[in-house]
Design a protein around this ligand. Structure first.
Ligand code: GUN
Ligand code: ZN
Length: 434
C-alpha cells in the first residue's frame, strides 16, 4: 500500500442539485491510502499515518490533489489539426479536420498520432475520456492498443459516415456494421476499454447507417456507449432538417433509431429546442459542452441554464481539434466566461461547479461514477497533482487564497498543463514532471 499526503479536493456531490458549497470536499492536510490502484482509506494524514506507520509515504506538498479529469468529447484524429481559426463548422470540417482525418488510413501515421494524443491527454491530467475515433478500423485498433498500454479509462469507437463527406471517409452501412462488430469483439470490456457507437453526425449518416448504430448499441441494459454531435451550428441544423424532412428536430433523427438513451452523450447542443431538451432529459442523455470549440468556431453561447431546467446532465469536452487544447481546466474557465457573457440567461458558475464539470459530471455521463470522478474510498486512484512553479502567478495566488473555494477559483483562472506535476492511473504513476 502507499499513503499519499496532500491537500485533497473533490466534488462528491452535485453542485447543480443544491447549494454548490455542499458538493465540495476538502482535506487540507489529507491522506489517501491506496491499495492495488484503489483508494482504501481517506482522512486526516496524521490519523492514517498512525494507523499505517509502515506504509511508504508519497509527499505531495504544495498545490492540490484533484480527481483525474474526465473529457467527454475529444477527437483522436484531430491531434494535428488544432488552431484552424476563423471558420464556421462546415468550412472548418472540409478545410481543416477531414483532410487530416484521412491521413489516419496509414497505420504508421495513426500510430504516431495515437502516441501524441494519449501522451498529451495524460500530461494534461485527463485520466478518463470519451474519444471520438477515426473512420478507419486499423486506426481504431491502434488507439485501443495504445490506450490499453497507457492505462487510460477509454471509451471510443469507429466513426461512421456514408454520405456528404469526402469519399475516403465513407463506408456502407453493411461495412460499418461488420467493422464495428469486429472492434467490439476485440476491445470492448478489455481492462479499462469500452466501445462507443459513433455516427459522425446525422448530416453525414443516412437512416440506414443510423439503423446500424441502433443495432450496435443493443438492448437498454447493455454497456456499449453512444456518442455523436448535435445542434452545434445553425447552418448544420438547417441542413439536417432538409435531409430528414420526416424528423421533428435534430435529436429526433437519432431518437427514431433508439439512440437517445442514458448511455448517449451528445456533443455541443448549442441550439436545442425545448422539445429536444425534454426528450434528452426524459431519456437521461447527456450533453458534452465544449466551450473553447464553440467560441473558436463561433458556434454560439451554450444554454446551460436551459439544460439544467430540463434535467439534462452536462459535462465538459475539449473537442480538439476545433477546441484549443487538451487541458480540461481551460474548458472550465471558458464555460464560466460563456455563462457570464450570456448575462441574465447565463448560469453563474462557481469554482465548485467547474471542478464538478471537469470530473464527477463526466464520470456520470459515462456511467463510470462508481469507479472514478472523485477521490472517495473504493474508487480508482486516478488523480492529478497540480503544483505550480514557485514564482508563477498561480503559486502567488494560491498562497493568498482565502479558503479552498477561493484556491479553486485561482486554479481555474490561472492554471495550464505546465502546472500538472503528477498524474496517476489506477495507482500507477503515469506522468511526473521532472
Ligand atoms: N460535427 C461533425 N464532425 C465534427 C467535428 O469533427 N468537430 C466538431 N466540432 N463538430 C463536428
Ligand atoms: Zn466534436
Amino acid at each position: 500500500m502507499t499513503l499519499y499526503h496532500a491537500t485533497v479536493v473533490d466534488t462528491p456531490g452535485d453542485p447543480f442539485a443544491g447549494d454548490p458549497a455542499d458538493a465540495l470536499r476538502v482535506d487540507a492536510d489529507g491522506g489517501l491510502l491506496v491499495r492495488d490502484g484503489v483508494i482504501a482509506a481517506r482522512g486526516a494524514f496524521a490519523d492514517l499515518k498512525a494507523a499505517h506507520p509502515d506504509e511508504p509515504v508519497v509527499e505531495l506538498t504544495g498545490g492540490l490533489l484533484l480527481p483525474g479529469f474526465v473529457d467527454t468529447h475529444v477527437h483522436y484524429p484531430q491531434m494535428r489539426a488544432m488552431g484552424g481559426l476563423g471558420m464556421p463548422l462546415l468550412d472548418w470540417l472540409e478545410k481543416c479536420a477531414l483532410p487530416e482525418e484521412a491521413n489516419l488510413a496509414d497505420p504508421g501515421y495513426a500510430t504516431e498520432v495515437a502516441g501524441e494524443f494519449l501522451g498529451e491527454l495524460v500530461r494534461g491530467g485527463t485520466t478518463t475520456a470519451l474519444v471520438f475515433g477515426s473512420h478507419f478500423e486499423s486506426a481504431m485498433d491502434i488507439l485501443f492498443a495504445a490506450g490499453s498500454d497507457v492505462g487510460l479509462n477509454l471509451t471510443t469507437g469507429l466513426v461512421l459516415s456514408d454520405r456528404i463527406l469526402r469519399d475516403d471517409l465513407l463506408c456502407t452501412p453493411a461495412e460499418g456494421l461488420a467493422a464495428s462488430r469486429r472492434l467490439i469483439d476485440r476491445w470492448h470490456g478489455k481492462g479499462r476499454l469500452r466501445y462507443a457507437v459513433t455516427p459522425r453526425f446525422s448530416l453525414s449518416t443516412s437512416d440506414e447507417m443510423l439503423d446500424v448504430c441502433g443495432q450496435l448499441l443493443g438492448p437498454a441494459d447493455g454497456d456499449i456507449w453512444f456518442t455523436s454531435h448535435v445542434n452545434e451550428n445553425l447552418a448544420e441544423v438547417q441542413t439536417v432538417a432538409d435531409l430528414f424532412p420526416g424528423s421533428a428536430h435534430y435529436i429526433d433523427t437519432y431518437h427514431r433509431h433508439g439512440l437517445v438513451t442514458d448511455r448517449s452523450v451528445f456533443a455541443h447542443n448549442v441550439h436545442p429546442t425545448d422539445h429536444e431538451l425534454d426528450l434528452m432529459g426524459e431519456a437521461g442523455a447527456w450533453t458534452a459542452h465544449c466551450p473553447t470549440s464553440n467560441s473558436a468556431l463561433g458556434s454560439g453561447l451554450f444554454p446551460l441554464a436551459r439544460h439544467v431546467r430540463h434535467g439534462v446532465g452536462v459535462a465538459l469536452g475539449c473537442d480538439v481539434g476545433a477546441g484549443t487544447g487538451l487541458f480540461l481546466l481551460k474548458e472550465g474557465l471558458q464555460a464560466y466566461f460563456m455563462q457570464q457573457l450570456l448575462g441574465a440567461e447565463g448560469l453563474p458558475l462557481t469554482p465548485v461547479h467547474l471542478l464538478y464539470l471537469a470530473t464527477h459530471a463526466g464520470a456520470r455521463a459515462l456511467g463510470l461514477s462508481s469507479r472514478v470522478g472523485d477521490l472517495s474510498v473504493g474508487k480508482d486512484f486516478d488523480a492529478v497533482w497540480l503544483r505550480p512553479a514557485p514564482s508563477s502567478s498561480l503559486a502567488v495566488n494560491l498562497r493568498h487564497a482565502a479558503d479552498p473555494t477561493d484556491a479553486l477559483a485561482r486554479v481555474f483562472a490561472l492554471s495550464t498543463a505546465a502546472d500538472v506535476a503528477g498524474v496517476w492511473l489506477r495507482g500507477e504513476p503515469a506522468f511526473a514532471r521532472p
